[in-house]
Design a protein around this ligand. Structure first.
Ligand code: ZN
Length: 350
């Protein structure tokens, strides 16, 4: 069975119209609808089953021959000067040194195999094929950037999602991973770049109203990590958690507060809280109550407070839930990536 994506048949809800408008503004002059870097015919279970066989065999051969491979790069300085001098040499990204965050072991892996393992851990396979392909490019690009700007001593990436990207070993996996394999194979070697560098391909679970810019969250402007309209509805990204009165008191005591009074804005969202010695903003409240987002509503119940949070994660770069919604509306993976990472180009590793 072939799944064909109906391109550009988008339901014209106000949210979608705003998304199209934002997209049009952002890509003004960009060659969004020209040739894509790879053929993307959509997911075919038959083709994917064939590619599982070929790919795993290929990975085995490559992993077996890693020590003899001339492309292996150990000199970090040489790598950095390489990209500065030539601008477009990404061959160094063909292999990635992966630090197992639990065992401390470092393995060198084919970038495609690593991308598959990261993709399996980072996005559910129930998501649309084009969203999975966008995520595959983001995972591959993230690793490539770390090869040039590593934060680990003898490794390029680790398997801790709080530090780098999550990782699930694909070899020997018992569940059906054909859709993820298809996404990796169909985007093989493709990375997102900006000014001839792999981008910082930040992504998060979901956003409400807008994604966040890099400088808003981490400081330091990146022209491709700017805030864009989020296609998620409130319901798409809502998550409610209850904090009991006892727990609330414990949290307040830790912060040296006796009581707080939540303030509600016109749109129903919490706008902060008054306390005896001043005001707590939503970011502070998010951290205090370990909430998923600083966009939330608060409701007092008989047992405590219900916090309904909208969006999940740091909010910078690609929203995975948003990518899935855009894919459902007919965006292909290049369009999705260009939507979230403004002004990017695509390059091949080799
Ligand atoms: Zn790390």
């Amino acid at each position: 069975m072939q799944i064909k994506l109906k391109k550009y048949q988008i339901k014209k809800t106000p949210a979608v119209i705003a998304a199209i408008f934002a997209l049009a503004l952002m890509i003004k002059g960009a060659n969004l609808f020209t040739a894509q870097p790879n053929g993307t015919d959509g997911y075919s279970p038959d083709a994917a089953a064939k590619s599982i066989y070929l790919s795993l065999e290929e990975y085995e051969v490559k992993n077996g021959n890693l020590t003899e491979n001339g492309n292996k790069m150990n000199n970090q300085k040489e790598k950095n000067s390489n990209i500065e001098n030539n601008g477009t040499s990404f061959a160094d990204c063909a292999f990635v040194r992966v630090l197992d965050a639990q065992s401390g072991e470092i393995k060198e892996e084919d970038i495609e195999y690593y991308t598959l393992c990261a993709l399996l851990a980072e996005m559910p396979q129930s998501y649309e094929t084009q969203a999975l392909m966008a995520q595959a490019v983001a995972c591959r690009t993230y690793a490539c950037r770390n090869i040039f700007y590593t934060k680990h001593d003898n490794a390029d990436v680790c398997t801790d999602y709080k530090c780098c990207q999550s990782y699930r070993e694909a070899d020997g996996i018992k569940t059906d991973i054909s859709k993820a394999l298809f996404a990796v194979n169909a985007t093989k070697g493709i990375i997102a770049t900006y000014e001839n560098e792999p981008i910082l391909a930040a992504y998060h679970a979901s956003s409400y109203k807008k994604t966040k810019s890099c400088d808003e969250v981490w400081g330091g402007r990146k022209d491709y990590l700017v805030s864009v309209y989020a296609p998620e509805s409130k319901e798409d990204c809502a998550y409610t958690v209850t904090v009991s009165f006892d727990k609330t008191n414990e949290i307040l005591m830790k912060k040296g507060k006796k009581e707080i009074e939540f303030i509600t804005a016109d749109d129903g969202l919490c706008a902060g809280a008054k306390c005896e010695d001043g005001f707590l903003d939503c970011k502070t409240l998010k951290n205090m109550f370990s909430l998923r987002s600083d966009a939330f509503e608060v409701e007092k119940t008989d047992i405590g407070y219900d916090f309904t949070c909208y969006g999940y994660g740091h909010g910078v770069g690609m929203s995975q839930k948003g990518a899935n919604l855009l894919a459902k509306q007919g965006f292909d993976y290049c369009e999705i990536l260009k939507y979230y990472y403004s002004g990017i180009k695509f390059d091949f590793i080799i």
